[in-house]
Design a protein. Structure first.
Length: 402
């Protein structure tokens, strides 16, 4: 592999890569567990895991073996043919979610697109077409047109309007507003059980009950976007049932492949019964390499005991974060569950991210004033303590500048 300096990497990207990302000035070249190493050999503790993707950490031996073995056997044949892994993965996901059918794609935003299409298709098949979607303020569902249309942030939306029509945004955790908004024109309500990009904001039990009531009253389908909160991130397979939600469709991605691109829409039987051949498709969706990686991840999550560990280490992380908040007035709220946490600050979070990076800990800024933590699910208590020590020093440095 060609080795280059950070200046060379930045210059080459400036010439040839479309400038859609504002990157931090570091070039990572390898990883091991929860640690990343840059081109100069410097070590970092990764509390972001590629925005929730590196669920098994970096260079996980079992995942590496599975990918290598599959790459030497067969990677892709298309969905014109059968292969042995797609059904196995769908069966495993059905057991975890309670939804019996899976459509495979390549990312979370594609999974959301599929859910939106299937919701519209459901009502078309019933002979009473419904076009409206109810989404929530602070929501983020992806960057493709349909997913962007149910994403509330005007910064993402405005340059690309008009988007898909018929979307209404309701204040999150406002049951009265939700019940007033949903009608018999509503095809589906789409909700993140924990809003990730919007600032790590969990739905309240009362609001989840209102979603269920609204769906029951009007027939509107319920879509749970578990791309960030699902697949063990909270210590549960999915977070919607923890809130009492029983969705008709679930979108997943991120953690599922442990770093290999894969997404999926999980579908109830009543919705699946309305889908016909050719209604949707994906060239790469459910290819052998992606399925093999996902099966490896689910082995670790389920039979490998990872799911149970997340709750334990998540409690440890929460205690550490709350103790940190007590020391730093800059932190005004701690929100989350398991291994997804947000620290709401009294000011812009960018300086904390930069000071953390300088001290060798990786977190990110979301919703402007929130420090988001999404560590690998394999993180241990001693690693949490070490990482929080570095983050605490970052907060101390930012607080000293005030």
């Amino acid at each position: 592999m060609e080795t280059t300096t950070i200046d060379e990497v930045q210059a080459r990207e400036a010439r040839h890569v479309l400038q859609t990302y504002k990157r931090l000035p570091v070039t990572f070249v390898r990883g091991q567990g929860v640690r990343l190493y840059d081109a100069d050999g410097r070590e970092y503790l990764d509390l972001l895991s590629g925005i929730g993707v590196a669920s098994l950490g970096h260079a996980h031996p079992g995942l590496a073996r599975a990918i290598a073995d599959q790459a030497q056997t067969l990677i892709h044949t298309s969905n014109l043919f059968y292969h042995p892994l797609q059904g196995q993965l769908a069966e495993r996901l059905a057991r975890l979610s309670g939804l019996p059918r899976t459509f495979f794609c390549n990312s979370g935003t594609e999974a959301v697109e599929a859910c939106l299409k299937f919701a519209r298709r459901y009502w078309h098949a019933r002979g009473e077409p419904r076009a409206e979607f109810i989404a929530f303020e602070n929501s983020f569902h992806g960057r493709t047109f349909g997913a962007l249309s149910v994403t509330s942030n005007e910064h993402y939306r405005a340059p690309f309007e008009p988007l898909v029509p018929g979307v209404r945004f309701v204040p999150v955790n406002d049951p009265k507003a939700l019940l007033a908004a949903v009608s018999r024109s509503t095809a589906a309500i789409i909700a993140e059980p924990i809003q990730g990009e919007g600032g790590v904001r969990p739905l309240t039990q009362a609001f989840a009950s209102a979603i269920t009531e609204a769906g029951s009253n009007t027939g509107a389908l319920i879509i749970a976007d578990e791309v960030q909160s699902g697949l063990g991130r909270t210590g549960y397979p999915f977070y919607a049932p923890v809130l009492g939600l029983h969705p008709d469709l679930i979108s997943i991605g991120k953690a599922l492949g442990g770093g290999v691109a894969v997404g999926a829409a999980l579908v109830s039987q009543k919705v699946a019964d309305t889908i016909a051949f050719g209604d949707h498709g994906s060239t790469y969706g459910g290819n052998l390499l992606a399925c093999r990686a996902a099966l490896c991840f689910l082995d670790e999550l389920d039979t490998g005991g990872l799911l149970g560990r997340v709750s334990r280490v998540g409690d440890h992380l929460e205690r550490g974060l709350r103790a940190m908040a007590a020391r730093h007035p800059l932190i005004k709220e701690v929100r989350g569950a398991g291994l997804i946490w947000g620290l709401e600050l009294t000011r812009d979070a960018a300086p904390v991210i930069q000071e953390g990076l300088a001290r060798g800990v990786i977190v990110n800024r979301t919703a402007e004033t929130v420090v988001r933590l999404l560590p690998p699910l394999v993180i241990t208590e001693p690693e949490i303590d070490e990482a929080l020590g570095r983050l605490d020093a970052a907060f101390g440095a930012v607080g000293a500048d005030e």
